[in-house]
Design a protein around this ligand. Structure first.
Ligand code: DGL
Length: 289
């Protein structure tokens, strides 16, 4: 595997672009392929079977580009699908967002004997108990407050800013109980939420340490590539290519909010095309057997 090979990043839509931004700031020479499943977003209240099927198709497609690492930059997909996908594609390095977020939360809790760690995430991420497992594996006595925040993804997808009264109201509703219960740490367990990070910091007024799962996972990927000797040193390598499953022009407008600039027009890969690629590979395997 060459250090010049791309890093492939997968998300249900646009939220994973917060990870792309963090990763590009850390590793500016990397070639990044970003796949947003914009036709089938949101994943946040779908079943594990459905989300795993979507992610499997996308991984099959992206493997055609020989990535050196595949990052599932969506908490929901990491929580529901990562373990199965890793087993199915054991020849390629695949990581997710939940473990780095949990690790950062434990570090932020410091030496406190029974820290109270709050997780704000999609319903599916909360139901999966992936954060509970990841945190308790590291710190058995950590107390958890789990807060599904289903309104936030649609608000981000609608392009509503931190100044919007609906955003302010929704965040107040979600954050008040966490502040009242005295949470020490709050994990922003959905890559969309970085859009409202400053407002969340303002509303929690320094009382809670915030963990941005997007930033934590960008650090994690950088660490993994360094350990595998796969960091790109190519100064002209820093490219971003996007793929989407729906051709609406919204993607570029919203992507600009995450990236700070409009990306090049994305390549359209429809869900039907993803399905056909999966079928072709299945047929190949059957005829080779
Ligand atoms: N950004 C995704 C996450 O980190 C959730 C968005 C969705 O519901 O599809 O969980």
């Amino acid at each position: 595997m060459s250090p010049d090979a791309p890093i492939a990043i997968i998300d249900s839509g646009i939220g994973g672009l917060s990870v792309v931004r963090a990763l590009r700031e850390k590793l500016p020479h990397e070639r990044i392929l970003y796949f947003g499943d914009t036709a089938r977003t949101p994943y946040g209240w779908k079943s594990a079977e459905t989300v795993t099927g979507f992610v499997r198709q996308i991984v099959q497609y992206l493997r055609g580009y020989d990535p050196k690492h595949i990052l599932i930059a969506c908490n929901t997909a990491s929580a529901l699908a990562l373990a199965t996908i890793r087993k199915q594609f054991s020849d390629v390095a695949i990581s997710g967002v939940v473990e780095p977020g949990a690790r950062a939360a434990i570090e932020a809790a410091g030496a406190k004997a029974f820290p109270l760690i709050a997780i704000m995430a999609t319903e599916a991420t909360i139901w999966s108990k992936a954060y509970e497992r990841a945190i308790h594996r590291r710190r058995h006595h950590a107390r958890l407050l789990l807060r599904p925040a289903p309104l936030l993804v649609p608000l981000v997808e609608e392009g509503r800013s931190e100044k919007d009264p609906m955003v302010r109201l929704a965040l107040r509703q979600y954050l008040q109980p966490l502040i009242a219960r005295g949470a020490d740490v709050l994990v922003l367990g959905c890559t969309h939420y970085t859009q409202y990070k400053s407002l969340i910091a303002q509303q929690t007024a320094g009382k809670i340490t915030l963990i941005d799962s997007a930033a934590a996972c960008a650090e994690d990927v950088a660490r993994r590539l360094l350990a595998a000797n796969l960091l790109s040193g190519n100064p002209s390598g820093g490219l971003l290519r996007c793929f989407v499953t729906d051709g609406s022009p919204r993607f570029r407008t919203l992507a600009a909010k995450f990236l700070g600039h409009e990306p090049e027009p994305p390549t359209l890969v429809t869900p039907d095309q993803l399905h056909l690629i999966g079928e072709d590979l299945r047929q190949l395997r059957i005829s080779a057997a």
